[in-house]
Write a protein that binds this ligand. Structure first.
Ligand code: GDP
Ligand code: GDP
Length: 438
């Protein structure tokens, strides 16, 4: 079960307000298809040390009441299917409406944990009125909150995160890399999996959301053991194009949470798109290993020796400096160009992610660098970094012990991170550093 929280409810109850409160703030994602900026519909949240993905289903209900039912089925239901916990939001100011009742009936059928969130409980009177939502007949208690101010959300989240797993999801086959192939529809994910498997599998299912669980297939290729999380083959047929897009994102989120290394596959003829960026941002938040596979390289004509280099630079520019650790490989599944190297790279990223560096090695490499470039003094005080050690976390993180940890600023942190990456191979791996008092 993945850590996915969906916020559902009729329009205007305050879903996106709560969403924005729950997820870490980042700028809105560009919808490159229409050229307009639209709000984000999913993001990364954290509460009492538990991490989860939040989906705002509201962005997907746009029409009027009469097609409400249909829209629920087509779009919101997809999100609800993927969610592990649902927040059903209602509005204290409006009170209980028919549409809320309709919604409740749909949610009841899902047989998932549903929390009724009575929003806009801005004062005590409204707070008390929220009891009327017991009339929905859902099992949930009513949680009066004010998304605008944040009041009540803490109590709600305390309950919600009880359903979520700690930190990383458990890997039942510890030591064997779990690799997921993510990317937009048509990038070549299924073809890649088929090429690795060496036989064609039937990939299209007609029934929406039927094959819900990702398939984990264990492979042994050239002496390397790994597991591929296959969600690529599960595809929803739909008239509405955006459905497929949205669905692919949901699948990606789920399979991302469930793997060690994410291979983000890009169609070379389309380039790097907003959706790719948001999946990468999410993978980075979850501290997964990440690599980019630029597929269909055979379709790029008139390649010169530096075409790939240009392409790489363009992607790195879009990623920005903090994500420049992500390796990029150019492949053609059709001609089988570099497809095994892609797997090898994914396994290397896994090895980097599980690397443990002895304290002595860290100090030997980094203390002389720090001596040459010490942290700038602040308010006349000198900052002395004494030693460095890797923390026993699942993904690489390091503690720099020093006299005045609070005085170290971001540019110097970046300097240390670059040095760390320079000495040790953490290609494809988010690395975190902390400053601790000693
Ligand atoms: P959505 O359509 O369900 O996503 O709703 P929005 O988040 O867009 O909110 C609809 C309106 O309700 C906006 O004008 C919000 O400012 C307002 N709103 C959201 N939360 C609260 C709240 O806690 N109290 C009050 N008074 N207004 C709120
Ligand atoms: P998915 O939606 O990401 O699983 O994409 P598919 O594997 O279904 O591939 C979409 C289309 O791209 C199919 O017609 C594939 O034959 C084609 N395709 C996949 N990889 C390549 C490639 O490397 N080169 C070319 N020319 N076509 C490819």
């Amino acid at each position: 079960m993945s850590n996915i929280l969906a916020i559902a409810g009729r329009p205007n109850v305050g879903k996106s307000t709560l969403f924005n409160r729950l997820v870490e703030q980042k700028k809105a994602i560009m919808d490159d298809e229409s050229g307009v900026t639209r709000d984000r519909h999913y993001g990364f949240g954290q509460w009492t040390g538990k991490y989860f993905t939040v989906i705002d289903t509201g962005g997907y209900v746009m029409g009027s009441d009469d097609i409400f039912e249909e829209q629920i089925r087509e779009q919101v239901k997809l999100a609800l299917d993927e969610a592990s916990v649902i927040l059903f939001m209602v509005d204290c100011k409006d009170g209980l409406t028919d549409m809320d009742m309709d919604f409740a009936n749909i949610l009841r059928e899902l047989k998932k944990p549903v929390y009724v969130v009575a929003n806009k409980a801005d004062n005590q009177t409204l707070d008390l009125q929220s009891a009327e939502f017991y009339g929905l007949g859902l099992e949930s208690e009513i949680y009066p909150v004010s998304s605008a101010s944040g009041s009540g959300t803490g109590d709600l989240l305390d309950k919600v995160v009880e359903h979520f797993q700690d930190d990383d999801l458990e890997n039942p086959e510890e030591g064997i890399p779990r690799i997921s192939i993510l990317g937009r529809p048509n990038a070549g994910k299924s073809s890649f999996l088929n090429a690795l498997l060496g036989k064609d599998r039937s990939i299209v299912t007609d029934i929406a959301g039927t094959t819900r669980d990702a398939i984990h297939t264990r492979y042994k290729l050239y002496g390397k053991d790994f597991i591929l999380t296959d969600t690529a083959g599960i595809r929803k047929k739909s008239k509405v194009r955006e459905d497929i897009e949205f669905y692919s994102v949901l699948r990606a989120i789920q399979s991302l949470q469930d793997s060690d290394v994410c291979v983000i596959m890009i169609d070379a003829t389309r380039g790097f798109e907003a959706q790719d960026m948001s999946i990468i941002a999410l993978a980075d938040k979850y501290k997964k290993g990440i690599m980019i596979m630029v597929n269909k390289w055979d379709l790029i004509e008139n390649k010169e020796s530096n075409t790939a280099e240009h392409f790489r630079k363009e992607i790195l520019e879009k990623l920005g400096n903090p994500l420049s650790y992500i390796p990029i490989i150019f492949t053609s599944v059709t001609t089988k160009q570099r497809i095994f190297q892609a797997i090898e790279l994914a396994i290397e990223v896994y090895d980097n992610r599980t690397r443990r560096i002895p304290t002595s090695e860290l100090n030997e490499a980094l203390l002389p660098e720090i001596d040459r470039n010490p942290p700038p003094a602040l308010k006349g005080k000198y900052i002395k970094i004494k030693y460095i050690t890797q923390l026993p976390t699942r993904t690489p993180s390091f503690a720099f012990f020093c006299n005045l940890p609070q005085y170290i600023k971001e540019p110097y942190e970046r300097f240390l991170l670059n040095k760390l990456r320079g000495y040790f191979n953490f290609q494809g791996v988010p690395v975190k550093i902390y400053f601790r008092k000693k």
